[in-house]
Design a binder for this molecule. Structure first.
Ligand code: ADP
Length: 353
């Protein structure tokens, strides 16, 4: 089911939790709502669920305006952060519960619940109570219960945040598998950029209730629309160097050191001379080499850390710490002076906000 938010806002007294959100989520896609705590993710999810009514704007499920449709008539399944399983019921009964509420005959309900249990790989746990399950298993039960009525939309509220790192990775893959197996439109709330980048077809990034960008993981990472998006995605974080534009639009001057960076193409005409800019370069896009003659833009290496198959090198440009990911065989060591170079297409110019 296609989901359309048109100018959706939600106010709580004087707090604008969601501010004029416009997004279209395609049928069958897995969309992450991503952003820092308090940016409006849960409020958006609760409006989709029908638990909150938008203060203004229109919410469509397919062609249907659903602003006034109550949660139970929206054909949605929801998984909460704490799973909200019934502790006194067995796994099978938990999964059957939504069908029982609709008075589906017991035999059919049991059959459907077993099918769902099989889909999420918990066939062997049907007689246990939630207290006898691991976090990951409880979550599988919650997902099976959310899917048992074959909803048109699945809503997941920070579903991985209560799991340890290993289980989180496993369940992340499982959610993707189940979503692809069912083809159900799924909306997933997370504050974890890595999780969003790994699982989503599209990421909706928000800040202070406002839309920032809605793109596929690769696109949002490679083409962040502003400084906030660039900083929020990527670990280690993007390097941001304050600069101003020089006369010819092919050079920017670093504010802190006065050094000039040559750009391979001109900065957009919209940017004004002397306007404060940020040159954004991801650590993996920064080429560095030892600068024996001390002529390049760079500085002294503070620390070299091994991260997997590469080294993470931190050095100073003026007072600012800059990070670069370099191959182990680059042989860069603490205390050396290094200079950096840009890849023609792998840097960003932002206006400082
Ligand atoms: P997130 O899920 O991204 O952490 P929320 O949607 O929970 O953010 O909250 C967005 C903003 O709305 C926050 O400033 C929060 O304090 C406020 N807010 C959320 N729910 C309520 C509520 N029920 N009453 C008042 N303010 C709320």
């Amino acid at each position: 089911m296609k989901i359309i938010l048109k100018n959706i806002s939600m106010k709580f007294d004087d707090v604008i939790a969601v501010d004029k959100l416009n997004v279209t989520m395609e049928e069958g896609s897995l969309v992450s709502l991503l952003g820092p705590s308090g940016c409006g993710k849960s409020t958006t999810l609760f409006m989709l669920a029908g638990l909150y009514q938008p203060t203004s704007g229109q919410l469509f499920f397919g062609d249907q305006l659903v602003n006034n449709i109550p949660p139970e008539k929206r054909e949605i399944g929801m998984v909460f952060q704490n799973y909200a399983l019934y502790p006194h019921m067995t796994v099978l009964k938990n999964i059957m519960f939504p069908l029982k509420m609709e008075k589906v005959p017991k035999k059919i309900a049991m059959e459907k619940a077993r099918d769902m249990a099989s889909l999420v790989h918990i066939d062997h746990l049907l007689d246990r109570k939630p207290g006898q399950l691991s976090g990951g298993q409880q979550q599988r039960v919650a997902i099976a219960r959310a899917l048992v009525k074959k909803p048109k939309l699945l809503l997941l509220d920070e579903p991985l945040s209560n799991l340890d790192a290993r289980l989180r990775l496993e369940m992340r893959e499982e959610i993707k598998r189940i979503q692809q197996a069912t083809g159900i439109t799924t909306i997933f709330v997370t504050h974890d950029q890595e999780e969003a980048l790994s699982i989503s077809d599209k990421i909706l990034l928000m800040k202070n209730g406002r839309f920032q960008q809605f793109s596929g993981p690769q696109d949002i990472y490679d083409h962040p629309k502003n400084e906030f998006v660039a900083q929020f995605l990527g670990n280690p974080p993007i390097n941001l160097l304050p600069a101003t534009l020089s006369g010819d639009r092919y050079t920017v001057q670093l504010t802190e050191t006065g050094e000039v960076i040559q750009l391979p193409y001109p900065v957009s005409k919209e940017v004004k001379l002397n306007e404060l800019l940020l040159v954004g370069i991801r650590p993996e896009d920064l080429y560095i080499e030892v600068d024996e003659n001390k002529q390049g833009i760079g500085g002294k290496v503070l620390i070299v850390e091994r991260i997997g198959r590469d080294n993470l090198v931190s050095f100073l440009i003026g007072e600012r710490k800059v990070r670069a990911i370099v191959p182990l065989d680059a042989s860069i060591t603490q205390g050396q002076r290094v200079k950096f170079g840009l890849h023609p297409n792998r840097f960003h110019i932002f206006r400082e906000t």
